[in-house]
Design a protein around this ligand. Structure first.
Ligand code: CTP
Ligand code: CA
Length: 222
């Protein structure tokens, strides 16, 4: 199964992808997370593998796994753990894709005991998580770094602002306004913006097909 259908397009390239949500612990029984399924990032990892790349997938909490045993999966829980794994693999990577839905905030402390219900309301204090792609973008040397942008308004402006702020080579805009696109669907409709000003729209298609189109576009950067 694994030897059949692998092409040479990405042979010799190391591809690093993060995917899925992160979970930010509040206490031993509670956490903060989001609706990411990891499908798009896993589809990207599978597409890269089928194009002959060596693939590292840093995966947040999801029950989904890539279908090829040859993909190296590192599972993590929190954004801090995801950053550590990404930094460890970054220098040796050629193409880095941030497809993870990193939780933007985490509790200011993880309580070691279960927080007990009281008569009054609970004011949970949240602090910012590291911007993983921002950190990697600022450290990039030879790598091509590609991000995703999830927007519900001013989509194009916000995506372009993120492309610049995180020093990316390209950004893939996911709009929740487009039907058939979103967290647990098998399909997506995206627009890809490149650092050189080029814009490419990929109409509604299976996430597996969108993943191939994204890599075909990344290959054009070489
Ligand atoms: N990202 C990241 N680390 C974070 C937040 C986001 O690496 N702490 C990455 C995502 O994986 C994605 C890109 O940055 O590739 C944009 O994520 P998005 O949530 O759309 O943007 P944010 O920069 O978090 O801004 P906001 O959520 O406020 O729109
Ligand atoms: Ca965010």
């Amino acid at each position: 199964e694994e030897l059949i259908g692998r092409s040479n397009e990405l042979r010799g390239k190391k591809v690093l992808i993060n995917a899925g949500p992160t979970q930010e612990a509040i206490d031993p029984v509670r956490y903060i997370t989001n609706h990411s399924s990891g499908k798009m990032g896993i589809a990207l990892a599978e597409a890269a593998y089928q194009k002959g790349a060596e693939v590292e997938l840093v995966l947040g909490p999801t029950h989904l796994r890539p279908k090829f045993k040859g993909i190296n999966v590192k599972t993590i829980i929190s954004a801090d753990e995801m950053l550590i794994q990404m930094l460890e693999l970054f220098d040796s990577s050629d193409i880095v894709i941030g497809a993870a839905a990193v939780a933007d905030y985490k509790p200011d402390e993880i309580k070691s005991e279960k927080f007990k219900k009281k008569a009054k309301d609970w004011n949970l204090k949240l602090v910012k998580n590291p911007d993983i792609l921002g950190v990697l973008g600022s450290k990039k040397t030879h790598q091509k770094v590609i991000g995703f942008a999830l927007e519900t308004q001013d989509e194009e402006i916000n995506a372009l602002t993120k492309l610049k702020a995180k020093n990316l080579d390209a950004i893939v805009l996911n709009s929740l306004k487009i039907s058939g696109a979103g967290f647990s669907t098998d399909t997506n409709h995206v627009i890809m913006f490149f650092e050189n000003g080029i814009k490419k729209e990929f109409p509604l298609n299976l996430k597996t097909q969108i993943a191939n189109q994204i890599f075909d576009s990344i290959l054009e950067l070489y």
